[in-house]
Design a protein around this ligand. Structure first.
Ligand SMILES: Cc1cc2nc3c(=O)[nH]c(=O)nc-3n(C[C@H](O)[C@H](O)[C@H](O)COP(=O)(O)O)c2cc1C
Length: 159
């Protein structure tokens, strides 16, 4: 069995920051894997996890610590149409703002919790970006992803 040759980045966003990070990763990590696809979460459900791919959840947080509106259907589907996702290896890029201290980056953490509940295996730590700290989410996200992707490709190899 060969490791997946595709990175599928699922994007939850309201104002486009998470999408910009995903696009930076698409360009900046192109030399590390055969194919990178950036897909907005709009309209997706749990079937999105049927692809032969390494998954990256790239999402912001809105409302009172909620996932973005375009991520709601996919997030709800993980709870309402559960199935075993033991084949899934994923990472999480969580965008937030520490001004929301109680719910910092909660959107990404919500996805992490649901995916883990279904048996999916997270690779590496969750990447968190703080909109209040003045740093460039796209540059930091790409640097994080280059290291993460090497780990994820190794984790996807059969034991
Ligand atoms: C109305 C509103 C509510 C927000 N709520 C939270 C929150 O609860 N926790 C958090 O960490 N960030 C919160 N944020 C910050 C966003 O997640 C952050 O600005 C992020 O970069 C936006 O990314 P996006 O453009 O991809 O949606 C909120 C932002 C807005 C405008």
């Amino acid at each position: 069995m060969n490791p997946p040759t595709k990175l599928l980045i699922l994007v939850g966003t309201v104002t486009g920051n998470a999408e910009a990070v995903a696009q930076a990763v698409e360009m900046g990590c192109a030399d590390l894997i055969d194919r990178i696809e950036v897909r907005r979460m709009d309209g997706l459900n749990i079937q999105a996890f049927e692809a032969d791919a390494i998954y990256l959840i790239c999402t912001s947080t809105h409302g009172s610590g909620d996932v973005p509106a375009n991520a709601r259907r996919l997030y709800d589907s993980l709870g309402s149409e559960p199935r075993y996702l033991g084949h899934v290896r994923y990472g999480v890029m969580a965008l937030g703002d520490s001004a929301y201290a109680q719910t910092f980056c909660n959107g990404g953490l919500c996805f992490d919790e649901r995916l883990a509940d279904l048996g999916a295996v997270r690779v590496g730590e969750v990447f968190r970006h703080d909109a209040s700290d003045g740093t460039d989410a796209a540059a930091l996200g790409n640097a994080w992803c280059r290291k993460w992707l090497a780990l994820a490709m190794r984790a996807a190899l059969p034991a």
